[in-house]
Ligand binder design. Structure first.
Ligand code: AMP
Ligand code: MG
Length: 302
């Protein structure tokens, strides 16, 4: 069955299983995506994340193992990236509302106020025999996992594919790609994964990667943004300034077999820029490829 697409995570998600694609398998994979969205979407009032955001400052809340693990990963990545990736930016993200109907440039004092409630160290995670618990030491702190949920979801789909004995697939969750398995038996015939030209998104890809069995994730200032007085206000927020991250980068692509790592790393690199310590040591993971595209179209590979 040919490639199937659905609108999930506020974006088009496509899965191509090639000759291995059956209706049943596609249904299983999209079900999994929908369940992940129901758990992690801050836009759904009955999601687990919304429940945690509403209640975790009044005392510990019991959460699912899955929610706990993803939040834990995000807090650890926040520590590792010096807060460039920060799961506690919910108040600021909501204030800007980029990509929503209420998007606007907030007043300086609103930004200063929201910034006070973005400390990821105020999140406490506790694992016990009775279950997993989360609490917030700040009643205005809100978690937002939009910066890693697609990566997490791609990894989960790959797990299902492996369980089912599927040998190849290409997953594209709104630009968060997993090229699973090998394209063919010939070792030099690999998947061609294009990186969008962030300066001209409808043009040809700016780089084409040849890869097998890996995830390729891009964060860019072209994904969700609005323009005002010639300034681009995009959806990746620098918690230190309270504004959309501003440096010489237009996009960052991360290549590694863990899609959740790629997703967190791409967002973090976009905020921190090329010279940050954790960017130079590639997030502590050796087998990582980074591709930066600057605002003047220069491509830097590391
Ligand atoms: P991505 O497209 O993976 O870079 O993720 C961007 C999304 O992650 C945004 O739409 C927000 O929901 C959230 N986000 C924005 N800024 C950050 C940040 N500095 N750290 C973590 N998540 C962020
Ligand atoms: Mg990301």
């Amino acid at each position: 069955m040919k490639m199937q697409s659905q609108y999930v995570f506020g974006t088009v998600c496509s899965i191509d299983l090639f000759e291995g694609g059956t209706e049943e398998l596609y249904a299983l994979l999209f079900n999994r995506l929908n369940l992940i969205e129901k758990k992690f979407s801050v836009n759904l009032s009955d999601s687990e994340i919304s429940y945690v955001n509403e209640n975790a400052s009044s005392g510990e809340v019991l959460v699912s193992r899955e929610f706990f693990d993803v939040l834990k990963f995000s807090v650890e990545f926040a520590q590792k990236s010096g807060g460039a990736f920060n799961p506690a930016l919910g108040s600021l993200i909501n204030l800007w509302g980029i990509g929503t109907e209420h998007q606007r440039i907030p007043a300086e004092n609103e930004i200063e106020e929201a910034k006070k409630h973005c400390d990821f160290n105020a999140i406490t995670l506790r694992e016990a025999d009775e279950g997993c618990f989360v609490s917030f030491a700040d009643d205005k702190l809100r978690v937002d996992l939009g910066g890693i949920v697609k990566g997490y979801a791609a990894d989960e789909l790959v797990k299902l594919l492996k369980e089912r004995g599927v040998t190849k697939a290409v997953i594209n969750l709104g630009g968060n790609i997993y090229a699973f398995g090998s394209k063919s038996d010939k070792p030099d015939e690999k998947w061609n994964i294009g990186i969008k030209n962030p300066l001209k998104v409808d043009a040809e890809p700016i780089v084409i990667l040849e890869v097998n069995s890996t995830s390729v994730v891009t964060s860019g200032n072209y994904e969700r943004f609005f323009m005002e007085d010639g300034v681009r206000y995009h959806h990746i927020i620098d918690g230190k300034t309270g504004y959309p991250a501003e440096n010489d980068l237009a996009s960052v692509t991360v290549v590694n077999e863990s899609s959740i790592f790629c997703d967190a790393m791409a967002t973090a690199c976009f905020v921190a820029g090329t010279e940050a310590e954790f960017v130079r040591n590639k997030g502590g993971t050796g087998a990582v490829q980074l591709i930066f595209v600057t605002k003047n179209g220069k491509i830097v590979k590391k």
